[in-house]
Ligand binder design. Structure first.
Ligand code: NAD
Length: 338
């Protein structure tokens, strides 16, 4: 007997990342090419024709495991009975918009989607938030889905930052990226994130060494490397005139792939998940940590020692996330009073 297909939702599916991600999911990069899936594509009503175009193209891809593609513009149809949600759609920053206005606009979207998850999705649904500000959007979404879906089923994407960090180390060490493991992104998916290679390992010349030995440039690892990873998104926009989409889509697929399949023994990945107080991070904050995954369950890697440099960087990104959280909660309240 064939298992029931997984219902996989992608929001913002008429957007840039949407266009890159749907084929990767549909052809099995995430759940395997023998796992039957139904893709549910959500965007806002004005995007319905574009969404339909994407739906038609997916049909034309003639994929054996793709049991259906649904293009929808309302939350009930989008969230009903889903197993996984890629929450990509978000309000983009418009000219003249303050950071605060952007946060408030997104809080409204993710509050509504959190409620829709509670009302229509399965209690086992797993969620990755890609839309920015990703960590805080995930926090709000989890808050409004609570009671039905546990907070640990909510995550935000820092895997793109993780992949960027691994790739930079590989380039500098003169190895391919498969030879780099256990970089860490701590904190917020923003320019305060802390890309940390103190515990990373590189296989070079047949031996496994630490990243500092493999790279041979400590000064670069403590400054140029960090700012390159932190600012990479901006550099892509400057060059492409559009934000990262191919690499963001690939990273979101890596994130859910590993959550579904588990991490390789001896390796961890970075995922923004609700803090349990590990490393002194306030409980509940959606914070990027190193995690290992088995049987669909993530665990924050414990016992890594942090030097003063790391502690300072982590404090900075924690403070930013606490401020974002408080602003978002205030926006939720004023929204409820309206
Ligand atoms: P985009 O503007 O091309 O697409 C976004 C889509 O979302 C649009 O089609 C829009 O209509 C839709 N949308 C807006 N509100 C919606 C709602 N309430 N429900 C459903 N759909 C809605 O943007 P993009 O380049 O695809 O990026 C999407 C998001 O991902 C942005 O917020 C971007 O900042 C973020 N991003 C995050 C990372 C990360 O590493 N976490 C990396 C890259 C981009």
């Amino acid at each position: 007997i064939m298992a029931a297909p997984l219902r996989v939702l992608v929001t913002g599916a008429a957007g840039q990342i949407g266009y890159s991600i749907v084929l990767q999911i549909a052809k099995g990069d995430v759940f395997g090419k023998d796992t039957p899936i139904v893709l549910v594509l959500l965007d806002i009503p004005p995007m319905a024709p574009v969404l339909e175009g994407v739906q038609f193209e997916l049909i034309d891809c003639a994929l054996a495991n793709l049991n259906g593609v649904e293009a929808v513009t309302n939350e009930k149809d989008a969230f009903t009975n889903i197993d996984y949600a890629f929450l990509v759609g978000a309000m983009p920053r418009k000219e003249g918009m303050e950071r605060k206005d952007l946060l408030a606009a997104n809080v409204r979207i993710f509050k509504s989607q959190g409620k829709a998850l509670a009302d229509y999705a399965k209690p086992t649904t797993k969620v990755i938030v890609v839309g920015n500000p990703a960590n805080t959007n995930a926090f709000i979404c989890a808050k409004y889905a609570a009671g039905k879906i546990p907070a640990r089923n909510f995550s935000a994407m820092t895997r793109l930052d993780h992949n960027r960090a691994s790739a930079q180390v590989a380039l500098k060490a003169g190895v391919t990226v498969g030879n780099v493991k256990n970089v860490i992104i701590w904190g917020n998916h923003s320019s305060t994130q802390f890309p940390d290679v103190r515990h990373a390992k590189v296989t070079k010349g047949g031996a496994e060494v630490d990243a500092y030995t493999a790279v041979g440039d400590a000064a670069w690892l403590q400054s140029g490397f960090i700012s390159t990873v932190q600012k990479r998104g901006g550099v892509i926009i400057e060059r492409r005139k559009l934000s990262s989409a191919m690499s963001a889509a690939k990273a979101a697929c890596d994130h859910i792939h590993d959550w579904y399949r588990g991490t390789t023994a001896g390796q961890w990945v970075s995922m923004a998940v609700p803090s349990d107080g590990s490393y002194g991070i306030p409980e509940g904050l959606i914070f990027s940590f190193p995690v290992t995954i088995a049987n669909g369950d993530w665990k924050i890697v414990q016992g890594l020692d942090l030097d003063d440099f790391s502690k300072q960087k982590i404090a900075l990104t924690t403070k930013e996330l606490e401020e974002e959280r408080d602003e978002a909660l205030a926006a939720c309240e004023s929204d409820s009073k309206q």
